[in-house]
Design a binder for this molecule. Structure first.
Ligand code: ADP
Ligand code: MG
Length: 292
């Protein structure tokens, strides 16, 4: 496996207030992310998802454990500032609130901002900004004031900024959480396209189970640890285990699970609504034929 990120037993605590003890946020997290893959991370508020994301982007440093980015040990004694800068170039992040991420008044200037910080020549920046805006379907808004955009459009501009910096891996930390259903769908389509067509490694932190079902792999976190890790089929096809942990499953899975318990012979892993409807219709037809 060609892993872009490898984590071994990562721990991290936030310093507590004056007289309180440190707050442990990660209690030994190990996993490997394959280059080009699409991983979703689920878990309750406070389970450590954002803390983990910040370690992977080198915003924070782990207290213990090991972290490799593109095979380079970022926790080694001899890690240089240049190594850290390179790792930050490889792994980028898109945050939750679209308003906090827009830094310039005009859309294309905002997208160019990160590239300017990388010190790239103007013609290269122009090329990258045009491509990134096209990738997120925002070309016609290039000269628009960023403040006039909808939440979904702002989030697409924020994503364009990260694309323009040519990250190998993008972590989306609940980047669809503040969007309406339409904005969420827009952004999810772009995320899937980046992964499938541009081969960017995606880590999607989300509370939406239907979004997680679109990933190749789902990691579930609880109290600073990984409690489940596997394909969407593996993680969601035991709905009772998820409900016991107070987590949801995609609505399609819940419906299929209840119909299955009512006696229909159905798979639980049809996450697409249309396909789910089709398997139910086919099974109902089969039952009716059998009763004739
Ligand atoms: P999630 O993203 O899954 O909601 P976080 O990583 O934000 O979880 O938080 C994990 C734990 O760390 C929680 O107990 C949270 O209260 C604590 N925490 C997060 N950020 C801070 C901070 N800046 N200072 C102190 N504690 C924090
Ligand atoms: Mg969070």
């Amino acid at each position: 496996m060609n892993s872009i990120i490898k984590a071994e037993n990562l721990t991290f605590s936030y310093p507590g207030d004056e007289d309180s003890k440190p707050v442990p946020a990660l209690k030994g997290v190990s996993f490997e992310i394959e280059e080009g893959s699409f991983t979703a991370i689920l878990g309750h508020n406070g389970s450590g998802k954002s803390t983990l994301a910040k370690l992977l982007c080198m915003i924070n440093t782990p207290d213990s454990g090991k972290l490799w980015i593109m095979g380079k040990d970022m926790t080694a004694q001899d890690v240089t500032d240049e190594d850290i800068m390179n790792a930050r170039r490889d792994v980028g992040m898109v945050f939750q609130n679209p308003d906090n991420q827009i830094v310039a008044t005009i859309v294309e200037e905002d997208v160019a901002f990160g590239c300017e910080n990388l010190g790239l020549p103007p013609h290269e920046i122009r090329k990258r900004v045009d491509k990134a805006l096209a990738d997120v379907g925002m070309t016609k808004y290039a000269r628009h004031p960023a403040t006039d955009l909808s939440g979904g459009q702002k989030q697409r501009v924020a994503i364009a900024g990260v694309i323009a910096m040519k990250r190998r891996c993008i972590i989306f930390d609940e980047s669809t959480a503040m969007l309406d259903p339409m904005g969420r769908r827009e952004v999810m389509k772009i995320i899937q396209k980046l992964n499938k067509e541009e081969h960017i490694t995606v880590i999607l932190i989300t509370h939406h189970m239907n979004e997680a079902a679109k990933a190749d792999r789902v990691i579930v976190m609880n109290e600073g640890k990984i409690i489940r890790d596997g394909t969407p089929k593996y993680v969601f096809c035991d709905p009772e285990a998820m409900w016991e942990s107070d987590l949801d499953v995609p609505q399609t899975t819940e419906l299929l699970f209840k119909l299955k318990n009512a006696g229909l012979d159905l798979p639980l892993d049809e996450f697409d609504v249309h396909k789910c409807a089709a398997v139910i219709a086919a099974e109902v037809r089969r039952k009716m034929e059998a009763q004739k």
